[in-house]
Design a protein around this ligand. Structure first.
Ligand code: NAD
Length: 250
């Protein structure tokens, strides 16, 4: 059953692990997918895969920390694929080191990508969604926002901010027919996790420690996240807003 037939969706960080799986999943459900990524080749690769499988997708180079690029990419999406019904704020970045060893320049970069970038995206799409009285926003935070995570203090703070932002925007925009929900991945097998592990003294040991702390006994796979994101993006979730769900193996 196709649940997003003809709906235009934007997925930020759509060229990455979770973002790519989400783009493919939403396209399979019938959506017209705008793949946003600061890495244009990665975005193009995902859009081409979707087109080859018979779906509709277009790639847009968009660094979400740059408001002018966000506005231009959103306008280009609407011109090419139509009015935006769904936004998945998924682009993110992390560093793994004790807080006292982090530098203010790293905090600035983490905040710019994980929090300010998401603000730009909401700000760009909400007026149009409100006017059309329809919108589904799914924000990808992290379990680090819920329980904290040693070595990820500033990242956790950004993702906690994203959760609070989502709950507030859910209240503010409910009367416009817009829902805002949050999916929190646990450790998931992507380039981001590999990069985090590189920050540890023994990367393989860190991955093993993450894995052994997961009750279901394995790392998340990007498709595990895509399913939950697709649910919140669909009308099956039309009476759910301001909610936060962990997709983390328990
Ligand atoms: P990934 O590295 O595979 O993908 C991230 C994508 O975001 C990349 O394609 C990258 O180019 C893009 N990106 C980064 N900065 C950007 C910017 N400024 N503008 C536009 N695009 C940008 O990582 P992933 O694991 O798929 O991460 C997706 C989301 O899941 C992130 O928000 C991340 O914080 C969150 N998350 C991941 C894990 C995990 O273990 N992998 C755990 C918790 C939360």
């Amino acid at each position: 059953m196709q649940k997003l037939e003809g709906k235009t969706v934007i997925v930020t960080g759509g060229g990455g692990g979770i973002g790519g799986a989400t783009c493919r999943r939403l396209a399979k459900a019938g959506a017209r997918v705008a793949v946003f990524d600061m890495n244009p080749e990665a975005a193009q690769r995902v859009a081409a895969e979707i087109a080859a499988a018979g779906g509709t997708a277009a790639a847009f180079k968009c660094d979400i920390t740059n408001r002018a690029e966000v506005d231009a990419a959103v306008a280009a999406t609407e011109a090419e694929l139509g009015p935006i019904a769904v936004l998945v704020n998924n682009a993110g970045w992390d560093v793994f080191k004790p807080f006292v060893k982090t530098e203010p320049a790293e905090w600035d970069k983490l905040i710019a990508i994980n929090l300010t970038g998401a603000l730009h995206m909401h700000h760009a799409v909400l007026p149009g969604m409100a006017e059309r009285k329809y919108g589904r926003i799914v924000n990808v935070a992290s379990d680090a926002a819920r329980g904290g995570s040693s070595g990820e203090a500033v990242y956790s703070a950004c993702k906690g901010g994203l959760v609070a932002l989502s709950k507030t925007l859910a209240r503010e925009h409910a009367r416009h027919g817009i829902t805002v929900n949050v999916v929190c991945p646990g450790p998931t097998d992507t380039a981001l996790l590999a990069g985090v592990a590189e920050g540890a003294r023994d990367p393989a040991k860190l991955i093993e420690a993450f894995k052994s702390a997961i009750p279901l006994g394995r790392l998340g796979q990007p498709d595990d996240l895509a399913g939950a994101i697709a649910f919140f993006a669909s009308d099956d979730a039309s009476f759910i807003t301001g909610q936060v769900i962990s997709v983390s193996g328990g």
